[in-house]
Write a new protein. Structure first.
Length: 126
């Protein structure tokens, strides 16, 4: 019971903070360029491996990444995503015109190359 109450408080606090944001962090290169910067690992292309990575990026009030958490089904997907994200500069989140710390959550799906192509779908951005 105590654990459930703590979770409720955390989620409620998070949602109240999110409601006050007027804009989320945005990559300076744009979302499309960010997508192109995340490469499908070459070793997995040969193996035709599909994969995913769930990502949480924390950006401070000056636009610097403070942490990147990547949960991926295969290690090379994690390395590819984290490496690409750490190279990107960000516009910070804003609340009432003031720069604030922000969080970006992404779900990245890697679909194995077929006929010389691969598909990468990134969800969670505007």
């Amino acid at each position: 019971m105590k654990f459930s109450i703590y979770l409720l408080i955390i989620f409620t606090s998070y949602n109240l903070c999110r409601a006050q944001l007027t804009s989320d962090p945005v990559p300076k290169i744009g979302w499309d360029a960010l997508k192109k910067s995340i490469t499908y690992p070459e070793n997995y292309q040969r193996a035709l491996a599909d994969g995913y990575a769930d990502v949480t990026v924390r950006i401070d009030s000056i636009g610097k990444i403070t942490s990147v958490e990547v949960f991926a089904n295969l290690p090379l997907f994690k390395d590819s995503v984290e490496s690409a994200l750490r190279k990107v500069e960000w516009f910070p989140a804003k609340s009432k015109g003031v720069n604030v710390d922000g969080i970006v959550n992404l779900s990245i799906h890697f679909v194995s190359p077929k006929l010389g192509k691969h598909l990468m779908i990134i969800e969670g951005y505007k």
